[in-house]
Design a protein around this ligand. Structure first.
Ligand SMILES: [Mn+2]
Length: 403
């Protein structure tokens, strides 16, 4: 990764801080076997380091800001088991951060900096009162005990203005994730047959993603046939695919922590029934109309309202509802979200789109009593004169899906 990209991000962070404010961002820990390590997005964003148990510290100072990464020391006795730890020099080279210290020095050094701070921002990653306490939450409660005068804040609010506008490099990572997902979808289109298990298609997805050079998926894939497609977060993927059923897949590879998020729905037997075609056509029409509305200055909220209007018309036309107010029975989610390092990326629902925003457009109609669930989801980049569909090459026309 280009060192200029990383140092630009840290410079931008500086613009969003007051003097002496401290930012402390913890890397992910190494998970238990299998070691499918996925770095914390905010840590990755500023350091580019794929190293576990590290900590990034930033303090805005009048002249030159403080930038330090703390990493684990190499333990020669453990080398034969786990390999060598990243060295200070390697960390310096990859991140462009000059000061690399060791984790065992963290508490003493950070105490000095806390002495001059009024506020400390941490990637708390709270998982609620019933979740386990992570390292950063332990650190936060230590600060509360030793430095009760310091205000602690979650770092997310400072990350929104930085991460919600994507650079060319970031768009290229999302595009790569989409292109690999597209290859997997092509394979699924050609190999899916009635009688197969949903997880066989999940296996094709994971095989194609790995074979094409990406090691992570963005989120648990949804491969849902028939009535399962009407369960929004279905991810059991363990049912047998019936004859004449529709299959809804909501899937995405990840490239350098940037996720694709694509939904496609198709007839596994190769032909839509008359009713399936009616429902699919309405969703496709709304998908296209909503994409055309994407442009700088429009808010996700406005897009949501417009989608509801179109849905109400379609659901009445399909004979599913009589009054507009009943639409939630068949369409109950929002039309899209920001897409980036998190599949549901940071950014509020009220946020107004800007050049460089990346969002999803994903209308859907779900009719469990007819065993039909249809969602068509594309990934859209906001550009100066409107939109660019990053997933435009993934077939969604009825003719293409039937051939
Ligand atoms: Mn989505």
């Amino acid at each position: 990764m280009n060192l200029d990209i990383l140092s630009d991000r840290r410079k931008k962070l500086r613009e969003h801080l007051k003097n002496d404010e401290l930012v402390v961002i913890f890397a992910s820990s190494l998970p238990a076997y299998p070691h499918n390590f996925l770095q914390s997005n905010n840590f990755m964003y500023f350091t580019g380091l794929n190293v576990e148990n590290a900590i990034f510290v930033y303090q805005k100072r009048k002249k030159k800001s403080l930038e330090v990464v703390f990493i684990e020391r190499n333990n020669p006795k453990m080398e034969v088991w786990l390999g060598k730890k990243m060295s200070q020099n390697e960390a310096k080279k990859i991140s462009g951060i000059k000061q690399i210290s060791y984790i065992d020095e963290f508490e003493q050094m950070v105490s000095n900096w806390l002495n001059s701070s009024k506020k400390c921002m941490i990637n708390l990653n709270s998982s609620g009162l019933n979740g386990s306490i992570n390292h950063q939450q332990q650190f936060a409660s230590k600060i509360k005990q030793h430095f009760p005068q310091i205000k602690i804040e979650d770092v997310s609010s400072r990350m929104i203005p930085l991460r919600s506008i994507k650079s060319d490099w970031e768009v290229a990572q999302i595009q790569k994730a989409i292109d690999v997902t597209a290859k997997a979808i092509d394979e699924i289109y050609s190999k899916a047959k009635p009688g197969m298990m949903e997880y066989e298609l999940e296996a094709i997805l994971k095989y194609e993603i790995t074979r094409n050079g990406l090691r992570h998926i963005g989120f648990n894939p949804i491969i849902a046939s028939g009535v399962n497609a009407a369960t929004l977060h279905y991810d059991k993927n363990n049912a047998k695919i019936g004859k004449n059923e529709l299959l809804l897949m909501d899937i995405g590879a990840a490239c350098n922590n940037y996720s694709a998020d694509i939904s496609r729905t198709f007839p596994v037997s190769g032909k839509f029934t008359k009713r399936q075609k009616e429902v699919y056509s309405e969703v496709l029409k709304i998908n296209k109309k909503m994409i055309e509305l994407v442009k700088p200055g429009i808010s996700l909220e406005t897009l949501n309202k417009k989608t509801v209007e179109l849905m109400q018309e379609s659901l009445i036309k399909l004979g599913l509802i009589k009054e507009k107010g009943q639409y939630k029975k068949y369409y109950m989610h929002s039309v899209g979200h920001h897409l980036g390092m998190d599949t549901h990326d940071i950014g509020s629902k009220e946020s107004v789109l800007e050049v460089g925003s990346v969002i999803t457009i994903e209308p859907g109609i779900y009719i469990p009593e007819e065993k039909i669930g249809v969602r068509i989801e594309d990934d859209i980049l906001v550009v100066k004169d409107g939109y660019k569909v990053l997933s435009k090459d993934i077939p969604k026309e009825i003719n293409d899906l039937e051939s």
